[in-house]
Design a protein around this ligand. Structure first.
Ligand code: HGY
Ligand code: MN
Ligand code: MN
Length: 417
C-alpha cells in the first residue's frame, strides 16, 4: 500500500512547532501576528516545494492547489486545517492537518498518481479566535457565513483591526473567499480529548461536532474600601463573577456530562488589592452536541444572571460573541475513514469533536468529515499536547487512502504532474 513519507511529515511538524516561540519559550502564533506570519511563510514555502499553486484569499486563507490539464475543471477535493495557535500552545493542533495534507499530495505525486480532480490543501485564517472573535473565522468567511468585509473590520482583544494586520504581515490576498467549490473536504486533526488514548483506539472517525456558544459577561458593582466597607453593604462585582463560575460548573456536573462550560478570561476593575471590584468582565464558552440542550443551558444561564442581579445588587450585561450549531458530518466519508483504517489494520471508533473545527464551516459547502488521532492524556491548548509519531503517521496514511478513494485517479508509475 502506498504510504506517506513519515520522517518528512514529522520533520515539518517539529519545524513549524519551533516557530513563534516568545521570550519565555511559549509557542504563541495568534492570528495575523508576526509569529503567525512566520508560520505562514514556512507553510507557503512547503507548498511551493511540493509544486502547488499557492493562492491567498481576502481573509488570508492560504491554499496549495495541485491541478493537472486533464482535471483542472473538476471540483477539487480539499484537505486542510489551521496553523494559528492559542497562547502557549501545543504544536499539533491544526498544524498536523495542514502539513499532512501537503505530505499526502507530495506522496501521491511521487508515486505517479494522477487524480481525477484537483487536490487542494487549505490553511484557514484565525481558527482559534483568541485575538479576533469568532473562532473558525477564515473558514466561516470561506463558507459564506460571515462577509469578508465584516471579518476584516474585526477589532481584536489588543485593539488592532484584522484587515490592517493581515495587510501588515502580507497576507491580505485577492482571491474571493469561496473561489474553490470543494467536491468534498476531509480534515485530519488531533482529538484534543482523552477518549482515543484512554480507550486505546488509533483512529477516530469523527461523525459530528458539538455546538458552541461564546458570551462576554460584564458585571457592574461598586468600588469601595476593602477594609472599612461592612460585608452587608458591599456590591462586589468580583464575588458575583465567582458565583457565575461556580454556577456553570454545577450545571455541567448535573448535566450527565453533555454540557461543558469554561470561563477562560476574567478581568477586574480597578484590579487593586484593597478595592472591592467595581467591574468584572468574563467570557463564557458553553458547548453541547445537542442543539436543544445547548439552547436550554443558555436559557437557564440567562435566568440565573437575572437572579444574581437581584441577590447581589449588581448590574449584569451579556454580549453574544459566537454561536455555532452542532454539525453532523457526511456518513459516506465517515465510513470511508473507518474502512481505510481497517484496511491498514488500525483500530477505530466513531467520535464527536468537542473542539470547534474548520471542518464544521466547510461542511456548509460540501460533504465533509474528519479523522482524529489520539492526544496523550487528552491534553491540548497546552505545550504538553502530544501525539506519538507512529499515530501521526497512521492518521496521515488514512488521509492518503481517503484522498485516493475520493479522487479516483490512476497510478501511472511515472512521476505525477
Ligand atoms: O475553540 C475551539 O474549540 C477551537 O480550538 N477553536
Ligand atoms: Mn484546531
Ligand atoms: Mn485549537
Amino acid at each position: 500500500m502506498l504510504s506517506i513519507n513519515g520522517n518528512r511529515l514529522i520533520e515539518k511538524i517539529n519545524a513549524l512547532g519551533a516557530i513563534g516561540k516568545d521570550e519565555e519559550g511559549k509557542r504563541t502564533r495568534l492570528a495575523a501576528s508576526d509569529a503567525d506570519k512566520a508560520g505562514r511563510d514556512a507553510v507557503v514555502e512547503w507548498m511551493k516545494d511540493a509544486d502547488l499553486k499557492v493562492v491567498v484569499d481576502r481573509i488570508g486563507n492560504i491554499f496549495g492547489i495541485w491541478e493537472t490539464p486533464m482535471n483542472k475543471n473538476e471540483a477539487p477535493f480539499m484537505l486542510g486545517s489551521h496553523i494559528d495557535t492559542v497562547i502557549n500552545a501545543g504544536q499539533y493542533d491544526g498544524c498536523y492537518g495542514v502539513l499532512a495534507g501537503i505530505e499526502v499530495i507530495k506522496a501521491l505525486k511521487e508515486a505517479g498518481y494522477v487524480p481525477k480532480r484537483p487536490i487542494a490543501v487549505g490553511a484557514f485564517t484565525n481558527e482559534e479566535g483568541v485575538r479576533y472573535a469568532p473562532d473558525m473565522m477564515g473558514s466561516l468567511v470561506y463558507a459564506g457565513g460571515l462577509s469578508v468585509e465584516d471579518a476584516l473590520t474585526t477589532i481584536g482583544t489588543d485593539g488592532t483591526i484584522l484587515g490592517e494586520e493581515l495587510k501588515r504581515i502580507g497576507y491580505e490576498g485577492t482571491a474571493e473567499p469561496g473561489f474553490l467549490k470543494p467536491y468534498a473536504y476531509v480534515e485530519l486533526h488531533i482529538e484534543q480529548g482523552p477518549i482515543l488514548d484512554v480507550e486505546g483506539f488509533q483512529i477516530g472517525a469523527v461523525e459530528n461536532l458539538q455546538g458552541i456558544s461564546w458570551q462576554q459577561i460584564t458585571v457592574e458593582g461598586a468600588a469601595n474600601h476593602a477594609g472599612t466597607t461592612p460585608i452587608a453593604q458591599r456590591i462586589d462585582a468580583g464575588l458575583a463573577a465567582a458565583k457565575v463560575i461556580v454556577f456553570l460548573r454545577d450545571r455541567c456536573d448535573n448535566s450527565n456530562a453533555t454540557t461543558v462550560a469554561t470561563v477562560g478570561c476574567i478581568e477586574f476593575e480597578p484590579n487593586a488589592i484593597n478595592v472591592i471590584p467595581s467591574k468584572a468582565v468574563l467570557t463564557v464558552d458553553m458547548r453541547n452536541p445537542n442543539e436543544d440542550k445547548l439552547k436550554e443551558e443558555e436559557k437557564v444561564f440567562a435566568n440565573y444572571l437575572k437572579e444574581l442581579e437581584k441577590t447581589d445588587k449588581v448590574g449584569i450585561a451579556a454580549e453574544r460573541l459566537v454561536r455555532f450549531e452542532p454539525v453532523k458530518f457526511d456518513e459516506a466519508i465517515v465510513k470511508l475513514v473507518e474502512q481505510a483504517a481497517e484496511k491498514r489494520g488500525f483500530t477505530s471508533r466513531r467520535i464527536t469533536s468537542g473542539a470547534g473545527q474548520d471542518a464544521q464551516m466547510i461542511a456548509r459547502m460540501c460533504p465533509t468529515a474528519m479523522i482524529f488521532v489520539p492526544s496523550i492524556n487528552g491534553i491540548s491548548h497546552n505545550p504538553k499536547e502530544f501525539t506519538p509519531d507512529k499515530d501521526l503517521i497512521a492518521g496521515a496514511n488514512v488521509l492518503l487512502d481517503v484522498a485516493i478513494e475520493m479522487t479516483g485517479g490512476q497510478m501511472t508509475g511515472g512521476r505525477g504532474y
